[in-house]
Design a protein around this ligand. Structure first.
Ligand SMILES: Nc1ncnc2c1ncn2[C@@H]1O[C@H](COP(=O)(O)OP(=O)(O)OP(=O)(O)O)[C@@H](O)[C@H]1O
Length: 241
């Protein structure tokens, strides 16, 4: 199996503070990987490095086995198919749900889509994220959970190879969390890797094939969620608190 994403001995420093410390991590195509760990462990910084927002001091990020994206710009990385849903949904005032997804879809293809192809793509995505009945609504009128799904849809519309979700269920109700878990599972594909940062462990257990537990910028544990729960070090620094 080829690695969708290889983080190879990456170090990130902010001044004299080491947020990521010689971290290595490989995510396979077809996999849903959760990255968990206490506040400040370096999870968001890791996503920032992968998406080209933060430059590592050392190390490399390799996409799809061959493509070194360590020094690529955010735009180049996104165009290659490495996409991220940020923690806070970015909703454009005045644009409809449909228009949000359409913007996502147009960003994902090398050539502009025809109106027909675009409409088809947007409707497909609206179905997947459960917002088909809301297409013409102003996105700003959606409930918080629906905004999260809209943001997932906007990213999904570009057909990403690597889909990164930063805290997709923060602030969601139990029912919305269940729906989000079903949504994430439905996005699994043999040619896609999904990386999720989340603090809700029941959600993580439902979606993740494997979890990586970060602590102080290093990997403390990697394996199944069930084994993470049974790992004394993981319980000490994170799960037992
Ligand atoms: N731009 C920055 N400048 C200085 N320090 C930073 C910067 N970004 C992050 N840090 C620090 O790096 C460490 C890792 O932060 P990061 O946001 O990656 O943690 P996290 O695991 O995502 O935490 P949380 O679960 O709270 O989101 C923290 O101590 C944070 O204060």
């Amino acid at each position: 199996m080829s690695a969708a994403l290889l983080v190879d001995s990456v170090t990130v420093e902010f001044g004299s503070f080491r947020a990521i410390d010689a971290l290595s991590l490989a995510v396979d195509f077809g996999e849903v990987r959760a990255v968990i760990g206490p506040n400040g462990a370096g999870k968001t910084t890791l996503l920032d490095v992968i998406s080209g927002i933060t430059r590592p001091k050392q190390g490399r990020v390799i996409f799809d086995d061959t493509s070194d994206i360590t020094r690529s710009s955010e735009a180049v990385i996104a165009r290659a198919g490495v996409r991220r849903k940020f923690q806070k949904p970015s909703i454009f005032e005045g644009l409809s749900v449909y228009q949000h997804i359409a913007i996502g879809a147009q960003g994902g293809f090398r050539r502009a889509l025809s109106q027909e192809a675009l409409g088809k793509r947007v409707h497909e995505v609206l179905e997947v994220v459960g917002l088909a009945d809301f297409a013409e609504r102003p996105a700003s009128e959606l409930a918080h959970g629906q905004k999260q799904w809209l943001e997932v849809g906007t990213v999904l519309a570009s057909n990403p190879k690597i889909l990164m979700l930063d805290e997709p269920v923060a602030g969601l109700t139990e029912e919305e969390t269940e729906r989000t878990a079903a949504l994430v599972r439905s996005l699994k594909r043999p040619d896609r890797a999904i990386v999720v940062v989340e603090h809700d462990m029941d959600f993580v257990e439902q979606i993740a094939d494997r979890v990586t537990v970060l602590h102080e910028g290093k990997t403390l544990f990697e394996g199944s969620m069930a084994n993470a729960r049974a790992d004394e070090r993981v319980v000490d620094v994170y799960l037992g608190r």
